[in-house]
Design a protein around this ligand. Structure first.
Ligand code: GTP
Ligand code: MG
Length: 455
């Protein structure tokens, strides 16, 4: 039993009894043992530290065993007959002093409850009495594991926090941006049926109570034709460097083995590799399974078929990702919980305009388009936005404007609707078409557009 010498709430008393009973059972301790628990001030624990350990410090918990046990040694009451209290027939095995003020601060620091912190400290003290210590690294490891086991079994412990980077790579048009949007639950990356839609690495952040996943959408790999393709390739390589997990995205509509072989040439990382087969909604399992069965997947740690568009298996993919992220015993977030991308509002708006242009324009023009927002007056109603659409040739400009300005009008209307949805307010959008001759081969222009990957 636990004898409380000092004030404690009933909840703490009950929780300590639970921890005590669990330890009693785990270590097969005799029934008639007792431990004294004292809740003390910072001044008192400092004095105790000074007088008994010659340490001038405020600490969280202090333990004084009455018995001398080694780890794993069985406690036999008969060895301590002289110490048994004749009044209640109990053997006191030690005193534990806990400083509640320090426990309160530590609970805040570790972002868990005061109750859990107190239980942790009491469990820690009990293990000291049973011979555990943390002077040597190996002993400390043993003690930490034992503490964790006891508290987990009692359901007192917090779940570990999981956090890390997950990079999505794959050939152009396989659905990487569709997938990041699906997993993050926000439209962070533009999507289009045209190839080479994504030009730079885009961050999309998933958050829940115990997790933060920083997804990185990368430009799809494709045949290099311009200098901008080199920058896109560099972006893929950068994203591959410091990531915990790589999602290797291929399409269920094309040869799996060929795509996977091509992928392995691009993915050069020690990260956990998940082969994700997207667009399963466009095929049947009868067609897919024979290919899957033959697939040589030794170089993937996991394989999962999904549909990013319909959401099939995406929750399962998220679970697999979570299981393989590094764990922390405190809340660890790279981004504040309410930020889901690193892009500015202006960059997002520019991308939404480009997205509509990609949808509406014919094949050869979209790749040469870049959009720059040069005015964004958010204090006006409607919000006033002016953006330039850059293309590579005069003939392209004519196509983007369309007959009597019909095409640019349609791009503008569709883009405005998307932007209004994104900013949640009415918007007035003005678009201008400009020509920057052959800019995709001009590193100065690429840099001006912010599409230079850097080194
Ligand atoms: N049927 C089907 N279509 C999909 C799926 N996922 C993506 N798509 C479509 O595939 C096209 C390309 O999608 P994106 O997400 O832009 O592809 P991406 O891999 O990001 O392309 P790049 O940025 O060019 O590398 C779009 O038309 C999407 O709607 C899917 O699961 N099923
Ligand atoms: Mg993309």
């Amino acid at each position: 039993m636990v004898e409380f010498l000092g004030k404690a709430t009933n909840e703490i008393k009950q929780e300590f009894e639970r921890v005590f009973n669990a330890i009693q059972q785990k270590f097969l301790l005799p029934k008639n043992i007792k431990v004294n628990v004292n809740f003390v001030s910072e001044t008192k624990i400092k004095k105790l530290n000074k007088s008994t350990r010659n340490i001038d410090k405020v600490t969280d918990v202090l333990t004084y065993p009455y018995i001398n046990l080694k780890v794993g040694q069985k406690l036999k009451v008969q060895d301590y007959v002289m110490d048994i209290d004749p009044e209640d027939n109990t053997l006191t095995i030690g005193d534990i002093y806990i400083c509640s003020a320090v426990a309160t601060r530590q609970a805040e620091e570790y972002k868990h409850s005061f109750k859990r912190e107190m239980c942790f400290l009491f469990c820690h003290g009990m293990l000291h009495i049973l011979g555990y210590d943390h002077i040597e690294k190996a002993d400390e490891k043993l003690m930490i594991e034992m503490q964790k086991n006891i508290l987990t079994e009692l359901g007192i412990t917090r779940e570990d926090f999981r956090c890390g980077f997950v990079t999505i790579v794959g050939k152009t048009n396989v659905g990487k941006s569709t997938l990041i949007n699906r997993l993050v639950g926000q439209h962070v990356a533009i999507v289009s049926p045209k190839s080479q839609t994504t030009r730079e690495n885009i961050i999309g952040v998933y958050n829940d109570k115990n997790t933060q996943i920083v997804f990185v959408d990368t430009p799809g790999y494709h045949k290099r034709a311009n200098k901008i393709d080199d920058e896109m390739d560099k972006n893929i390589a950068i994203a591959n460097q410091d990531t915990e997990i790589v999602l290797m995205l291929i399409s269920a509509k094309q040869s799996l083995q060929e795509q996977f072989d091509e992928m392995l040439k691009k993915v050069n990382t020690d990260a956990y590799k998940i082969l994700v087969i997207n667009k399963v909604d466009e095929t049947t399992y009868e067609k897919l399974y024979p290919q899957l069965a033959k697939l040589d997947v030794k170089q993937a740690d996991e394989i999962i078929p999904i549909s990013a568009l319909k959401g099939t298996n995406c929750d399962k993919l998220l679970e697999i990702i979570k299981q393989h992220l590094p764990t922390f015993n405190y809340e660890m977030r790279y981004f504040p919980i309410d930020e889901y991308t690193d892009k500015t509002v202006r960059q997002m708006v520019a991308e939404l305009v480009r997205e509509k242009a990609l949808y509406l324009l014919d094949d050869e023009i979209p790749h040469g388009i870049q959009v720059v927002v040069n005015e964004y007056k958010e204090n006006e109603t409607p919000i006033q936005i002016c953006a330039d659409i850059y293309c590579e040739r005069d003939s392209h400009k004519a196509i983007i404007l369309g007959k009597g300005g019909a095409m640019i009008k349609e791009i503008s209307t569709k883009a405005r609707m998307s932007i209004e949805k994104f900013v949640g307010k009415p918007v007035r959008l003005e678009l201008y078409v400009k020509v920057k001759q052959g800019w995709r081969n001009d590193i100065k222009a690429i840099t001006e557009f912010g599409l230079n990957a850097g080194e």
